[in-house]
Design a binder for this molecule. Structure first.
Ligand code: FAD
Length: 491
């Protein structure tokens, strides 16, 4: 099938040029050779123009929160991608910047040799700004393709303020979109003969990253070495393993066990979804296949509820709701509101109630550094922070508590927001994502309603306490495991 128009974001008005040597796929966010509408689009254009594809996957050094942890994850992905593109006999050019600025001019040089440039339409972090700048510098056809989720971002009628409303909207429109899936193996759709592309001149100045050196490369780069890599993480191969493991072993237990920090029952997909090593479309298709589902099973009318609309087994529905409603709610906001990461983007009722409590005494009150070092009085909070620092993730349920207590123990709601963004994006593998901001802003009232009674500091914002969490779910072993910082694990 062809890539749906709603997923194609034209970044300039140039037509594809026949003079170029190749169609360039500039891979920035959907870092995978499969289930990827952007790669589908590059193949489509290459077939139309009768040109080969060049897949260019760069890794910058100069982005905010750069560190060994995120670099190693992406580089592990490059190793997998190199093998996959080699097997498909497609030219693949991975580039790792040694220090900020080294890569300047590279994309323009590649674009000059191209018939058309296709890239990823990711609505967060530095990508939207980068695309705005590059759209003025690229003088051939330039398109950004949306392969983020089951709903094309541009299919939304507005910014949805609550998950409940968004769920109802999805149930009205999603049926047609789930029959438009990206190709599981886009490169098999190429109709033109494979051709060697000569990039010698360009690669003299910007050498190809040799993926065989991947293990030690981070040490040599001008990036932050204080946040350590996570072992055996990153890449499409690892993503395929965890997807398989989730469907085989964890899926049936997900509704019962997902909120228990000690059971590790959630999927662990979010870092892979964030870096594009895993596609939400692939997760969806494989999940549904495991349940022998077909599109006719969808309910005739929206139920507006988590259950009963898809027509799948009960245990799959709560997971699908996270993957579609909750995950895509963040994308729905990020592409439409440039201020999605600003305090002022909170709903008016939340800003009002927080302002009314602004002068409440905060005791204890911690600084960013104290939170970072897990030096609060609360062993459960400290354990969650230690998990974030050592493993690059926090258990789903504890992440809500983690954020709520930062609001509770910071000098002001704005300071709490600053601290949450900094810690989440510094350590979390899935940080710097639309869902980083939905999660963090949720703790401050976004996507939620007002709750009573009015409490100090929180006002009408939903309150959470460690004591209640410990009553609901056993956390003793979790606190024991992550209670103190073990040598070697931490920077
Ligand atoms: C303070 C705070 C910060 C957060 N920061 C991030 C972040 O940086 N990146 C991020 O992806 N998520 C974030 N979340 C949302 C959620 O915690 C993670 O998506 C989830 O923990 C990822 O674990 P998993 O893949 O095992 O989830 P699973 O439970 O297995 O869910 C499967 C997928 O559904 C999506 N999902 C699940 N829960 C949520 C949710 N509440 N909101 C949005 N999508 C969801 C994710 O893509 C997830 O990978 C944050 C939540 C809070 C409260």
């Amino acid at each position: 099938m062809t890539v749906p128009n709603l997923r194609i974001n034209e970044l300039n008005h140039h037509l594809p040029s026949l003079d170029g040597d190749f169609v360039l796929y500039w891979m920035t966010s959907f870092r995978r050779p499969n289930w990827n509408f952007a790669l589908d689009r590059a193949v489509e254009l290459a077939n139309e123009l009768g040109k080969p594809i060049l897949v260019f996957e760069p890794l910058r050094a100069g982005y905010e929160w750069n560190c060994d942890r995120f670099h190693q994850f992406v580089i592990n992905g490059m190793v997998d991608n190199a093998a996959a593109f080699k097997a498909a006999r497609v030219e693949y050019y991975p580039y790792v910047e040694q220090k900020p600025g080294d890569g300047s001019g590279l994309i323009e040089s590649l674009a000059k040799r191209s018939c058309a440039v296709v890239t990823d339409d990711f609505p967060c972090f530095f990508i939207p700004q980068l695309l705005r700048v590059m759209s003025r510098k690229i003088h051939v056809r330039f398109e950004a393709i949306d392969s983020n989720g089951l709903l094309p971002m541009r299919a939304a009628d507005k910014i949805h303020s609550r998950a409940h409303f968004f769920r109802g909207f999805l149930q009205k429109v999603l049926t047609s979109h789930v029959s438009e899936m990206p190709n599981a193996a886009p490169l098999s759709k190429q109709t033109i003969p494979r051709a060697k592309i000569n990039l010698q001149q360009i690669q003299k100045q910007w050498p190809t990253f040799e993926t065989r050196d991947s293990a030690s490369v981070c040490e040599t780069l001008s990036i932050n070495h204080g946040v350590k890599p996570i072992e055996n993480a990153g890449g499409v191969n690892r993503a395929a393993e965890i997807l398989d493991e989730f469907i085989q072993r964890k899926l049936t237990l997900y509704p019962e066990d997902r909120n228990y920090p000690e059971k590790k029952a959630t999927s662990g997909f979010s870092p892979y979804l964030h870096f594009g090593h895993l596609s939400a479309h692939e997760v969806f298709c494989k999940l549904m296949k495991s349940d022998d589902w077909s599109i006719e099973k969808i309910a005739e009318k929206p139920t507006k509820k988590v259950e009963g609309w898809w027509g799948v087994s009960d245990y799959i529905e709560p997971f699908l709701d996270q993957l579609t409603t909750w995950r895509e709610l963040g994308f729905n906001m990020a592409w439409q509101d440039k201020n999605f990461d600003q305090f002022e983007s909170l709903p008016p009722w939340a800003q009002k109630t927080l302002a009314e409590q602004e002068n409440d005494v905060r005791s204890p009150c911690y600084t960013l550094e104290q939170f970072d070092l897990a030096e609060t009085h609360d062993p459960l909070w400290n354990a969650a922070q230690n998990q974030l620092v050592s493993e690059g993730c926090i258990h789903n349920y504890l992440r809500m508590l983690w954020g709520k207590k930062i609001l509770h123990w910071s000098a002001s709601p704005r300071e709490a927001l600053r601290i949450m963004i900094e810690l989440n994006n510094k350590y979390a593998l899935d940080g710097r994502d639309p869902n980083s901001y939905s999660g963090i802003f949720w703790t401050l009232g976004r996507y939620d309603r007002a709750w009573g009674p009015v409490r100090p500091i929180f006002g009408k914002i939903r309150y959470m306490a460690s004591e209640n969490t410990a009553r609901k779910f056993p956390v003793k072993n979790f606190v024991k495991q992550y209670g103190s910082r073990q040598k070697g694990l931490f920077a």
